[in-house]
Design a protein. Structure first.
Length: 278
């Protein structure tokens, strides 16, 4: 029924406009904006970026037109949403506000990950993407000067209260994300709290599912504490199954960021990377 009515409305409008023209009206009504509303819908979940759990009572607002509140599971539905490229804002008590750009079609499904307010001066990498592929993985390599070798990813979650003071908080395998890695300060020779010196390497790997990373709409948000520092979108290009999106390198002490943003079949840390089974 929805499709039948959707096609019938433009025909009716054309007929009405024709009557106005034949009548010789000087100020005929403008139907253009009305035709662009009420055609699309947005649905999905608002998730905690650290736990992966649904966030209840979050407000999802399409800037200009349309809003909804999430239920106990974090699910929301906005009917009669404006079509095309839109700005979506999400707010919830105890969480950092999120503003993002999405494209809304007939019925668009999209999950959103929001970050809980924290007392720690952590660095966080938050990976989100679209419906395909089903599984993208976050990978972090701790600086070379760390006493032990550390590669944080799904098979080696890491720790926040001991070496390497970096942890995969949530691993998503069913589309959208989030995949979140947190880096925390630690005690340096019992004198002060700090991050390791040197550069952390961050990359995303295509593990399973149709479509490629360039086609996935993948984005990485980097936070320090409660501040969003930058957002990086997967660039156009060629990437196959099991390839890496080498996003960049971060010096957590200075905040210096080196953007690489390339695709490769090899691990970006292959010179010292251990066995990689995924």
């Amino acid at each position: 029924m929805r499709n039948r009515f959707r096609h019938a409305v433009p025909v009716a409008i054309v007929g009405i406009v024709a009557l106005f023209v034949l009548a010789g009206c000087e100020e005929c009504p403008d139907f253009g904006e009305e035709q662009q509303t009420g055609e699309c819908a947005l649905t999905g979940y608002v998730l905690d970026a650290i736990s992966g759990d649904g966030v209840s009572g979050a407000e999802v607002y399409i800037v200009g037109d349309g809003s909804a509140e999430t239920d106990e599971s974090g699910w929301f539905f906005i009917a009669d949403a404006p079509c095309g490229d839109q700005t979506v804002e999400i707010t919830a008590d105890g969480y950092i506000d999120l503003e993002t750009e999405i494209s809304i079609g007939d019925t668009t499904e999209q999950d959103f990950a929001i970050v809980p307010v924290s007392e720690f001066d952590d660095w966080r990498f938050i990976l989100s993407w679209g419906q395909d592929p089903a599984d993208l993985d976050s990978h972090l390599w701790v600086p070379l000067n760390v006493e032990s070798y550390w590669h944080v990813y799904y098979a080696n979650d890491g720790y926040l209260d001991q070496e390497p003071y970096a942890q995969l908080d949530v691993d998503d395998v069913t589309s959208y994300g989030p995949e979140t890695i947190t880096i925390r300060k630690h005690n340096i020779e019992e004198r002060s709290q700090d991050f390791y010196d040197g550069e952390y390497i961050y990359a995303v790997k295509h593990y399973s599912g149709a479509s490629s990373i360039p086609e996935s709409g993948a984005t990485v948000r980097i936070y320090r504490g409660n501040v969003l520092v930058r957002t990086i979108t997967a660039p156009p290009g060629t990437a196959y199954d099991d390839w890496y999106w080498y996003v960049g390198r971060l010096n957590c002490r200075t905040g210096a960021w080196t953007l690489v943003n390339t695709y490769s079949a090899s691990s970006p840390a292959m010179l010292y990377d251990g066995p990689d089974t995924k």
